[in-house]
Every structure is written in structure tokens, then in C-alpha cells.
Design a protein around this ligand. Structure first.
Ligand code: URA
Length: 288
């Protein structure tokens, strides 16, 4: 059994165990998924054939798909707001105590789980908390986060009315260095992904926005360059997903042209969730 297959299997089992612990007894599974599950691992061709590369090194020339476990959105009946709050608190508690990645559990100051509304229509997913996020215990509050907050404000959104989280809930710090994060490893991603799946299943947003290539790869298994994927609707277990650049990319490339690309992606998201868009908003970041 390949490492890749084992990682996906572990992530799937953790996710299903999490659902079971929450009392879910039925899962909607497509006939194709059932057929794939019935096959022995060695016959699950693409899953075992495509080891997930360290994300920073992934530079394939064209769109390539790494099959992900097709776990449909949890079939649990939509919860009442009170049930959601309780289930969210239980999930958060589990994540805060998580030791699935012993190194990260030992090095972290705290787990950065997510922030915002459980009733959010839009759920944003970044890569992993940085130093500032780890200190404050909230995603996207560092330099890139402040730019992200301004982009939200330009769309007429507050942080409190969307939901913001990251693929990894612990900072993938570099031992002995206070410098930037390193990329999450495939093992860390596989270990943390079930928490994100459960957040999505609980909140049931109308749209997911994946900020940057790492979030896209984690959620879709696609390793195509983000420059190719951005702006094109994808689907994460039935929920429309818009890939766009990470705000840190805009800090490195602050041209009007690149900002406009992110803005156009966000305009599509606003349209999808039925937000009103003014003429002024439509013209943001266009050359004079
Ligand atoms: N980058 C991310 O992806 N998330 C954060 O919270 C901060 C930086």
C-alpha cells in the first residue's frame, strides 16, 4: 500500500470516525465511490500512483489532478444554530488538543482553528497560520491578513460575517528560525484535513474560496499552477469553490493588474452568493 494511499485512507477514517462520534450514522456515497472502495488498494490506480510532492516543489506544466477521497458533504441533517454552536465547540476542542503531528504539537504556541460566523455564506481557506496568527490565535491577522481584511471590506464584508480558516491549524514553523513558515508536508495536510472537512460540513457555506495553491491542492487535490486555476469555478464535494491568489502573493506582486485578478475572482463569488455589486465596486483596480 503506497504512502499516498495510506494517508488518504487515514484522513478518510479520521473523518468518518469524527462523524460517528457526532452521532452521524448514514453517509451519502455515490455508486462510483462504493465501487472504488470495493477495489483492493493495489487496484486503486491513480491514488497510489501519484505521491503528493512537497507543495512548494510542485510546478507541473499543466493541470494535473491528484485524486482525493470523494467524501460527500456530510449527510447529517442541517443543524439548528444551537446544535451548530455545540458541535463547533466540540470540534474546536478536539482540534485544540490535537497531537496528530507530534512535532507541530510540541512547537506550537496554540492551535489557530478559525474565526467568523457559523452561518457564513462564504468560507475562506488559507494555508497555515503564521507567527502573528499563532500569537493572536486568529487566522489572517498578520501583514497578509490585514490586506485580506481590506479586500473583504472593499467587497462590503466584515470578518465577522464570513468564516476564515486554514488548511493547517498549527504553524508549520521552521525549527530554530523565526522566519516565515515552511510549506505543510503531505502528512501534516492529511492529518489536519479532517478538521477542515468537518468545519465545512458544519458551516455548509454557499461558496468556498481557496486562497493560494496550497489550499487548492489540499481541498481539490489539484496541483496545477494557481495562475491557471484562479478565477475558474471548481467543486469541493458539491460546494462551489473559487481558487484565487493568496494575499501574500499580492504583497509580493502589488500591481494593479494582479490585484484586479483577485478582485475579479471575488466579484464572481459575490455574484454567486447574491450580493449586490455597485458600479464603483465593479471598477476597482482597473487602470485609469
Ligand atoms: N497565511 C495563511 O494562509 N493564513 C494565515 O492565517 C496567515 C498567513
Amino acid at each position: 500500500m503506497s504512502d499516498r494511499y495510506r494517508q488518504l485512507l487515514d484522513a478518510t477514517l479520521q473523518h468518518v470516525e469524527g462523524l460517528k462520534a457526532r452521532g452521524v450514522r448514514h453517509l451519502a456515497v455515490t455508486p462510483e465511490t462504493l465501487r472504488a472502495l470495493a477495489r483492493p488498494p493495489s487496484a486503486a490506480p491513480k491514488v497510489s500512483a501519484a505521491p503528493l510532492k512537497p507543495l512548494g516543489q510542485v510546478r507541473p506544466p499543466a493541470t494535473k489532478s491528484v485524486p482525493m477521497p470523494e467524501i460527500p458533504l456530510a449527510a447529517a441533517a442541517a443543524r439548528s444554530p444551537a446544535e451548530k454552536v455545540a458541535a463547533y465547540a466540540a470540534l474546536r476542542e478536539r482540534a485544540l488538543a490535537c497531537v496528530r503531528c507530534p512535532q507541530l504539537a510540541a512547537s506550537r504556541q496554540q492551535v489557530v482553528f478559525g474565526a467568523g460566523s457559523l452561518e457564513a455564506s462564504i468560507l475562506f481557506v488559507g494555508e497555515a497560520p503564521g507567527a502573528e496568527e499563532e500569537t493572536q490565535g486568529e487566522p489572517f491577522v498578520g501583514e497578509a491578513g490585514q490586506l485580506f481584511t481590506k479586500i473583504l471590506q472593499a467587497a462590503g464584508l466584515s470578518r465577522a460575517e464570513v468564516y476564515i480558516t486554514t488548511l493547517l491549524k498549527c504553524r508549520p514553523a521552521m525549527p530554530g528560525s523565526s522566519a516565515d513558515n515552511r510549506k505543510p508536508t503531505p502528512e501534516e495536510t492529511a492529518a489536519c484535513l479532517p478538521y477542515l472537512y468537518e468545519q465545512i460540513d458544519l458551516i455548509r457555506p454557499q461558496v468556498i474560496v481557496a486562497l493560494g495553491a496550497t489550499a487548492v491542492e489540499g481541498l481539490l487535490g489539484k496541483t496545477a499552477p494557481i495562475s491557471k486555476l484562479r478565477g475558474q469555478w471548481q467543486s469541493h464535494r458539491g460546494t462551489p469553490l473559487m481558487p484565487t491568489y493568496h494575499p501574500a502573493y499580492l504583497l509580493r506582486n502589488p500591481s494593479l493588474q494582479e490585484k484586479r485578478k483577485v478582485w475579479e475572482d471575488l466579484l464572481q463569488v459575490m455574484e454567486k452568493v447574491g450580493m449586490p455589486i455597485s458600479d464603483k465596486q465593479r471598477g476597482f483596480f482597473l487602470k485609469a
